[in-house]
Design a protein around this ligand. Structure first.
Ligand code: GLU
Length: 485
């Protein structure tokens, strides 16, 4: 069996979108699952779409997500160069284009803009497409040579048949057959001498021995033309895997507007790299069981591309948040603290035990930015509604709470040790004397010291963090509030 070789072939046109990352991930997983090689190839022949810095974003993202390539611009594997603009300088694309011309599978086209503009157009998938009329295919050899000698600008076009059909196979979509009359004579070499993406991609995949091509299904409709190129050269067609569309919650194509369409957006929103990768793996693929949490190594072990679905994958930010929360829960506390610290420091300016607070919130947040809302009461007691003292299950109300707070206040004033344990013992003693349930006492105290319905910890843990002065101040405030209610 031949060794599986896959490639991620991004065009450096901006951020790394979720769809791009999914292609890279699936290519990586297919290769690694089979013990094959994964390579990175930069497709920068479209000079107009090139964005400065985009290549760096690709490198950075691949390294950060652990999608380590075996070959690429920075790691020669004997198939270089791995950047198309550099490959172009070796003359490879022109050489192969000329081979096609010799075979009658391509031809020089000297038509100028005016002539092209006069050609009829067709609407294909909502886009206006010019169908070239093969005018230059009929130029004689002498005319072509004279034009070339005169330095007339030209492009090289694929010569597609106008009759019959072309069939290609996709691993997920099966056999797809199109009428050749629908295949336009696409440009292979542009007038600036650069190959088009369509041509360079085929030449490179073949010359780099790529066995599996994984990409978004927006390329499905162009694939017959690629297959015709392979056949014209007499090359073996790679295995095609076209991936389902990724949509937003409204089933529209995931776009910048959704605010979380790129890896950088998600990192900025506080998601963990591992959770993003895990979540993206499931955008179109699922394992045999219902498992959802996968490390990259587990994905490598379990990833079978035949289980990729054809139906659109919905990018569900709520689900990603949940998954991120699972990663936070499983995280080592020290690592968590290190990552949470900037968020804690941004929310809390007072001298508080941030490590303890981190441990409290660790299991309660889904992303780091959730920290602020969880801990804000430590910084300052906000206004709160005395109705919060009433809790059906705890059997508390304003009256009972006022009584409890008034009775525990002197105990807490006397208390020197404000550690969680000591405070708890004191309050437990009071509970026993009173002969009531814990909640009957703890609920009003927690309400008074936090002013919140939900807190990341219980009354005594909160008091431990706040310290004696602040705790007492808040309990007195609670009493006052209840007295005036
Ligand atoms: N350069 C193409 C892109 O970024 C690659 C498509 C493919 O994988 O063939 O969309």
């Amino acid at each position: 069996m031949t060794k599986i070789r896959t490639r991620y072939a991004p065009s450096p046109t901006g951020k790394m979108h979720v769809g791009n990352l999914r292609s890279a991930l699936y290519e990586f997983l297919i290769a690694k699952h089979a013990g094959g090689d994964f390579m990175l190839r930069i497709e920068d022949t479209d000079q107009e779409r090139f964005v400065e810095g985009a290549t760096e974003i690709i490198y950075r993202t691949m390294a950060k997500t652990g999608l380590i390539h075996d070959e690429g611009p920075d790691k020669d594997g004997g198939y270089g160069p791995y950047v198309q603009s550099e490959r172009m300088k070796t003359g490879i694309y022109m050489k192969y284009a000329k081979e096609l011309i010799d075979k009658g599978e391509a031809y020089y086209c000297f038509c100028d803009k005016e002539r092209l503009a006069s050609l009829k157009t067709e609407i294909v998938e909502g886009k206006e497409i010019m169908i070239y009329d093969k005018h230059c295919l009929h130029l004689s050899k002498e005319e072509v040579e004279a034009n070339l000698a005169a330095g007339k600008p030209f492009v090289i076009r694929q010569n597609n048949p106008t009759e019959g059909t072309t069939t290609f196979h996709d691993e997920l979509y099966g056999d797809i057959t199109v009428n050749n009359s629908e295949l336009d004579d696409m440009i292979l070499i542009k007038s600036d001498g650069y190959p088009t993406y369509n041509f360079a991609n085929v030449v490179d995949d073949h010359t780099m021995n790529i066995t599996h091509v994984v990409r978004g299904n927006e390329y499905l409709s162009s694939s017959p033309k690629y297959v015709r190129l392979y056949e014209a050269f007499g090359w073996e067609v790679p295995v095609y895997v076209h991936l389902p569309l990724i949509t937003d919650e409204n089933h529209k194509k995931l776009s910048k507007r959704s605010g979380h369409s790129s890896f950088e957006d998600l990192i900025e929103q506080g998601f963990l790299t591992e959770a993003i990768v895990n979540y993206i793996a499931l955008l179109g693929w699922s394992p045999e069981d219902n498992r959802e949490i996968f490390s990259l190594d587990e994905l490598i072990r379990d990833f079978d591309y035949r289980r990729i679905s054809k139906s659109p994958a919905v990018f569900d930010i709520v689900k990603l948040r949940w998954m991120n929360g699972e990663y936070l829960k499983a995280m080592d506390l020290d690592v968590f603290y290190e990552m949470a610290e900037p968020y804690l420091k941004a929310a809390l300016t007072k001298d508080l035990d941030l490590k303890k607070i981190a441990a409290m919130v660790k299991t309660r947040i889904e992303v780091f930015p959730d920290i602020a809302a969880q801990v804000d009461f430590f910084e300052e007691l906000g206004e709160y509604d005395p109705a919060m003292y009433t809790h059906k299950k705890m059997k508390t109300n304003a009256e009972s709470s006022l009584e409890v707070l008034t009775e525990v206040l002197p105990l807490l004033e006397e208390q020197e040790d404000y550690s969680n344990d000591a405070l708890y013992q004191t309050l437990l003693g009071y509970v026993e004397k009173k002969g009531c349930k814990n909640g009957y006492v703890m609920w009003p105290i927690r309400t008074a010291v936090s002013g919140k319905q939900m807190t990341p910890a219980g009354a005594t843990e909160i008091m431990e963090i706040l310290g004696k002065d602040e705790s007492l101040k808040r309990i007195r405030k609670g009493i006052e509030l209840l007295q005036n209610a």
